[in-house]
Design a protein around this ligand. Structure first.
Ligand code: ATP
Ligand code: MG
Ligand code: MG
Length: 374
């Protein structure tokens, strides 16, 4: 293909567009407005809403292949795109990945280990499900949550009524897992079924938002191998073409459980831009274009990524002094071009590489702390 369509204007679309352009492709972005992160770097844009069939058609007609950066798109919109060009991932993958109940049921039925869960709809069904799961539990809206939005920990029977049951149509409850650590695996898969995994990423969250990712993960070689096997089986079960990120909990006895999946590049994979032979965005290009998948080997000893949230901006909207972070060796700055900083909004990230993962983490945290003080 010569022209790649990207549905979505966010930072994942932006970093994809940069990777695709550097490989010689034309990138057409479908999004709402010209100030969106991906629109700023695209060759061309088609502006429209996702439910606007005319705009979607105008976009899809320009593309040889179409991919996306966000799973909560209407499956009909993706089906419409695929009338004009191969669209990866497919509407089927999206329909599964945008509903936690369908996602977990599909994976469990395929013998993929997932967190114990049940469908619930009110306080009574939550109390009943918790007899089996055991308190505390985590209640989540089945659809459209991210960064921990739409989730709540419920510790006792008497708190079951505190869930805003009326605010969503469909709910899932999960056992609250006392995990040792959280990891993720990004795997690429081509239309003819070839797969390639990135190494296991270790993820630290803060307020339910990814904070720092490190690689290599602090897991045994045996667990590393099993995590990659789980990720490949998820990609095969869902018949994903493109990328899928599989988020997992590691328990202290070495048990792995899938938390959730995202059929697209993932925040935990951002460090692959500097730390791996081929980045997750280059790999997405390769996968959707049916090219050879690249080596995902780590370059050097270790790497770490720290997110830059809107909280770092002053109340007056003044941005930090980026130069303060750039004095730290091995540090790379990525900003997404978002116009307004809000608390909790992902505005950019820093990646540090070093001889060891410990040193990389120290560098990235030192760089981010320097921004906070600036
Ligand atoms: P994302 O931004 O990753 O898409 P999300 O809103 O879809 O987030 P989850 O990944 O399901 O939400 O949960 C966010 C975080 O909350 C997890 O990374 C984990 O730290 C914690 N969490 C979620 N579910 C559980 C669980 N069943 N047991 C323990 N912790 C959990
Ligand atoms: Mg999610
Ligand atoms: Mg998650």
């Amino acid at each position: 293909p010569a022209t790649i369509g990207m549905v979505g204007g966010g930072q994942l679309g932006r970093m994809f567009a940069i990777a695709a352009a550097s490989m010689g492709y034309e990138v057409v972005v479908f999004c709402a407005a010209e100030n969106e992160p991906a629109a700023q770097v695209a060759h061309r844009c088609v502006f429209g809403r996702l439910d606007n069939a005319d705009a979607v058609t105008r976009f899809a007609k320009q593309c040889d292949v179409i991919t996306l950066e966000f799973e909560n798109l209407s499956a009909e919109m993706i089906a419409k795109c695929s009338e004009f060009a191969p669209t990866y991932p497919s509407a089927n993958v999206l329909a599964t990945a945008q509903d936690r109940l369908i996602e977990k049921t599909t994976l469990r039925d395929a013998s993929v280990p997932v967190t114990p869960f049940a469908e619930v709809s009110d306080a009574d069904s939550l109390i009943a499900a918790s007899q089996t799961l055991g308190w505390p539990v985590i209640v989540k809206t089945a659809r459209s949550g991210y960064d921990g939005k739409g989730q709540q920990r419920v510790s006792t029977q008497s708190d079951a009524a505190s869930v805003p049951w009326e605010s969503a149509d469909s709910w899932i409850v999960e056992k609250c897992i006392e995990f040792d650590r959280e990891v993720s695996v990004v795997v690429a898969r081509t239309v003819d079924g070839r797969t390639k995994c990135f190494p296991v990423f270790e993820n630290d969250h803060c307020n339910h938002i990814l904070d720092v990712t490190t690689v290599p993960a602090n897991v045994s070689p045996e667990l590393e191998k099993r995590a990659l096997e789980v990720a490949v089986s998820v990609a095969q079960t869902l018949d994903v073409v493109g990328l899928i990120c599989v988020e997992m909990f590691v328990l202290d006895d070495g048990v792995l459980m899938v938390n959730e999946v995202a059929p697209r590049p993932h925040n935990s994979g951002h460090l692959s831009i500097e730390a791996m032979e081929v980045s997750q965005f280059q790999q997405q290009v390769r996968a959707v274009c049916g090219l050879n998948l690249g080596s995902t080997d780590l370059i050097g000893g270790g790497a770490a990524m720290a997110n830059l949230l809107g909280d770092l901006w002053g109340d007056d909207g003044v941005s930090p002094d980026w130069n303060a972070a750039l004095s730290v060796p091995g540090v790379h700055l990525h900003l997404y071009g978002k116009q307004t900083a809000k608390k909790g909004r992902k505005m950019g990230h820093l990646t540090a590489t070093a001889d060891t993962v410990g040193e990389a983490k120290r560098r990235v945290e030192m760089a981010r702390n320097a921004l906070a003080k600036s």
